[in-house]
Design a protein around this ligand. Sequence first.
Ligand SMILES: [Fe+2]
Ligand SMILES: [Fe+2]
Length: 135
Amino acid sequence: MSQFVWEEKYDVGVRHFNNQHKQLLDALRDVYKAMENKQDKAAIALVINNLIKYAKEHLAQEEACLLENKYPDFENHKKLHEVFISKIIQFYDDFKSDKFSLHFEIAIFLKNWITNHIMVVDRKYTDFLNNKGIH
Ligand SMILES: [Fe+2]
Ligand SMILES: [Fe+2]
């Protein structure tokens, strides 16, 4: 993940979701840039905004698609998305209270999410959705 560019290993088999997942790699790149740039505050505010947008668009659309297609593990998947949302809310609050290590924490969180959610949990719906003609 060193360059934070999209690679085949992130492929979840649904083009629209792959495109949305790329936004998290973009966010990760932006966080690193902000860290190099003396913990640029305006840049991190933009990242948090983008993560809120990501949650509203991507997580909601993924859930709608899984629910509509009666994905068996829907409830569990949705619960994990709720963990993401509460973490982003926490980052937003931390930003307002000028938390010192916020850049670093966001970077770690995004890396873990890409590795543990996109590459494992999202990846589990690939065959299920592909078999329903969703690519
Ligand atoms: Fe996803
Ligand atoms: Fe997901």
